[in-house]
Ligand binder design. Structure first.
Ligand SMILES: Nc1nc2c(ncn2[C@@H]2O[C@H](COP(=O)(O)OP(=O)(O)OP(=O)(O)O)[C@@H](O)[C@H]2O)c(=O)[nH]1
Ligand SMILES: [Zn+2]
Length: 182
């Protein structure tokens, strides 16, 4: 069964009339939206980075912060969203800045948990750049904790994934946190 037919079934399962005017095109719209929200599955990482990794000798920290993202909680299929802060220490290679944000979309536009999202972003960047170190922080709110379940409106989840020299150097960690400003 394709996505559109599945949505029609969901609408009917809750007792709604899938043929009424307001809902007639809803399965099509919802399928299109869900396709977009999970489009990360269809992207190729090599293509994403292709042509935008440059040789450069800087050994100083690079930070791209406040990258907003939307993802889907894999337990409830409800959105979680927030900001991602990424820092790395180059080791002969740097990456086009937009690709850092594309990497966040790549792993957030799918069914996720926040911890895995954080790790996948960090590990992939480390791998592609052969970086000396990578540190990623994600701050997010989960609708599954807000509009249902425990119904906490203010709680925020912070996750972190540190690799390479960030695991060994307190100074680097401090610099990253200070520049990110959280
Ligand atoms: N660690 C982690 N947990 C998540 C994430 N997103 C949602 N969850 C949690 O996944 C858990 C699923 O627990 P279950 O007890 O199986 O589901 P539930 O009965 O709907 O749980 P409640 O939300 O407590 O009502 C819940 O505690 C959610 O808060 C995430 O990104 N990371
Ligand atoms: Zn959830």
């Amino acid at each position: 069964m394709d996505l559109e037919a599945s949505y029609k079934k969901i609408i009917e399962s809750i007792g709604e009339d899938s043929e009424r005017e307001g809902l007639i095109k809803t399965p099509y719209r919802a399928a299109k939206a869900f396709d977009f929200l999970t489009s990360g599955y269809n992207e190729d990482l090599d293509e994403l980075f292709n042509g935008a990794i440059f040789n450069e000798n800087s050994k100083n920290i690079v930070i791209v912060k406040n990258i907003e993202f939307y993802s889907l909680c894999e337990h409830h299929l409800l959105p979680f969203w927030g900001t991602c802060h990424i820092g790395y220490i180059p080791n002969g290679k740097i990456v086009g800045l937009s690709k850092v944000a594309r990497l966040v979309n790549h792993f957030s536009r799918r069914l996720q948990v926040q911890e895995r999202l954080t790790d996948q972003i960090a590990k992939t960047l480390e791998e592609y750049l052969d970086a000396q170190g990578v540190s990623v922080i994600i701050q997010a709110k989960h609708l599954c904790m807000m509009m249902r379940g425990i119904e906490k409106q203010q709680s925020e989840t912070i996750t972190r994934s540190t690799h390479g020299c960030f695991n060994e150097s307190e100074k680097m960690n401090d610099e990253f946190l200070k520049l990110v400003g959280i």
